[in-house]
Design a protein around this ligand. Sequence first.
Ligand code: SF4
Length: 191
Amino acid sequence: MLQLAEIFYSIQGEGTWTGTPAVFVRLAGCNLACDFCDTDYSLKQIAGIDEVVAMVSAAGGDCPTVILTGGEPFAQAETGALIAALRRDGRRVHVESNGTIYEPLPDDVWLCVSPKERIDPRMAERANEVKLIVDERVPEEHLAAFTDKTPILLQPEGNKPANVRIALEYAKAHPRRFRLSLQTHKFIGVQ
Ligand code: SF4
């Protein structure tokens, strides 16, 4: 069984896939406790894998993209099986993870890693993009495990102007690898 916080249909507001319609499956619980965390990932519902696949259809119809987020999706033992079931249902699966728990993933799964206090090197190697939270500074110490080929998206915490300035200047100073990622869904007032 899977522990769920919420399932909703919206657009991806951040990162490489900004603007893409997607069904979000927010899994409950996290193995970290970051100071700046503003996500409500508390447990609201327990459901089986087939029920979750049906809820994704009910929320987003035939929307091809499903984003598993949290909390930490890989903190739950059945997340790998959920990914397999969603792919069988014809969905493109993205996962947003803190990268601390190793999970082997099919090549067509998009993995966004947002590194915090530690990381599993296998998840760093597998990451398609890195979302680095900029909160008064760019925490470069979290990037040691990533190779140069992985794009780094600098995301200002809370879209705060001071954090935007720091991220923007850093991206301009390191244009080959770093990009600015804003939480665009917050600008337009969607979830
Ligand atoms: S890893 Fe993400 S969800 Fe977990 S506590 Fe940190 S910011 Fe919140």
